[in-house]
Design a protein. Structure first.
Length: 394
């Protein structure tokens, strides 16, 4: 008769070649498979004689062979289970892996499967009866069931552990993204206020160096682009926050540079009114005195060759200092129970000023200072108040 090709004849070193399959720490040594032809055996039981299973009955040998084939398949499937490294330390996975190891040891190459193959190939001799053949087949069926259950349990434990790990990873990534987005939006609000504060200088006239306005406008365009990042991507938000931090520094520097450039241009190119006021008075020849009795006091005349006094280009005469002007108030920060209001004050002649800050009708800080710059002050508010930043000279 022909036996299934998963069986090999016993050799001096055991049952033929073996293959070791390792899956997630579960080692399974399985009997190799090959094709073997044996002669047709007498199918009548010889239960009263000590003999091999094949000699006792070909039918009995076939029953054991069929069950051994199922058990061998179950051993092979157990050896294919792989435990991923990220869940190898999970308690459920560890317990299921140890259980499968035990079942494999008891059921496969060194357990029930080995005993069945010894009977199939005639290594075991005894008085074979219907009962002990049935017992051998039952042991194989039980081992197959136990092995299948243990393999399924490990696969289920791995799946559950991976699902839990994925959920933890998702929660962690969501928390990281939420924190990064909050930081990004705070930085974006700061940059937006600086961009708004830069609009007045950009519209304020020509600078001595035209590149100051060009550079400021280019930086504004770049910073506006940095505020349009994909806020669902942690990497994009992180990179955008770093770019906005650089924007905040550069915008303040470039705005100050433009204001300074405009002041220099105004001093170098005064308006007609300023020219008339600051130009030196031309000397006039006085008339001769009407009373000759005072010859000791001749009229004072200026030398025609004396040059006119030099007008300093860097500062207007004290009597002609320009009045400070104030820009549009902006919200610089919001702490919930207070807001910080900022405003650009233009004071090129250093006249000095006092600025009072408001949120709607609620008054806050008062700042006294001189010189063109952005000044800020805090105003107490309630968390539910509308944000209406304001500032004026006081």
């Amino acid at each position: 008769m022909w036996l299934p090709d998963f069986l090999l004849p016993e050799t001096a070193t055991g049952f033929g070649p073996v293959s070791k399959i390792v899956g997630g720490g579960v080692g399974v040594v399985l009997i190799g498979m090959a094709c073997l032809a044996l002669p047709q055996l007498d199918s009548h039981p010889q239960s009263n004689n000590v003999t091999t299973l094949a000699d006792a009955s070909g039918d009995w040998q076939q029953q054991v062979t069929d069950q051994a084939s199922q058990l061998s398949d179950a051993c092979a499937k157990a050896g294919q289970v792989v435990v991923p490294d990220e869940v190898a330390s999970d308690p459920g996975v560890t317990s299921a892996s140890q259980s499968l190891n035990t079942v494999v040891t008891n059921s496969c190459a060194f357990g029930t499967l080995h005993g069945m193959q010894q009977a199939i190939f005639g290594t075991t001799t005894r008085v074979w009866t219907t009962d002990n053949v049935a017992q051998l087949v039952s042991q194989g069926a039980t081992a197959t069931t136990n092995l299948t259950n243990a393999t399924d349990a490990l696969a289920s434990a791995i799946s559950q552990a991976q699902g839990a790990a994925d959920q933890v990873q998702q929660v962690t990534e969501a928390a990281q993204l939420a924190t990064a987005v909050a930081t990004f939006q705070t930085q974006a609000a700061t940059v937006s206020s600086l961009i708004a504060a830069a609009q007045d200088p950009l519209a304020g006239g020509t600078g001595a160096d035209p590149s100051t306005a060009t550079n400021l406008q280019a930086k504004i365009n770049s910073c506006n682009g940095a505020m349009t990042v994909d806020q669902t991507s942690l990497d994009a938000v992180t990179a955008g926050t770093a770019a906005l931090q650089t924007c905040a520094t550069d915008l303040q520097t470039l705005t100050t540079a433009l204001l300074t450039s405009q002041q220099v241009y105004q001093f170098q190119n005064p308006t007609p009114t300023q020219t008339k006021t600051t130009a030196p008075v031309q000397p006039v020849q006085p008339a001769q005195p009407a009373q000759p009795a005072q010859p000791a006091q001749p009229p004072v005349t200026q030398q025609p060759t004396q040059p006119p006094p030099v007008v300093q280009p860097t500062q207007a005469p004290p009597t002609q200092k320009r009045t400070p002007t104030i820009g549009v108030a902006q919200l610089a920060a919001d702490a919930g129970n207070s807001v910080t209001v900022k405003v650009l004050v233009n004071d090129p002649d250093g006249v000095g000023y006092a600025v009072c800050f408001y949120n709607g009708s609620e008054a806050g800080a008062r700042v006294v200072d001189t010189g063109t710059q952005v000044v800020m002050g805090a105003v107490p508010v309630n968390s539910f108040d509308q944000r209406q930043p304001g500032a004026r000279f006081c």
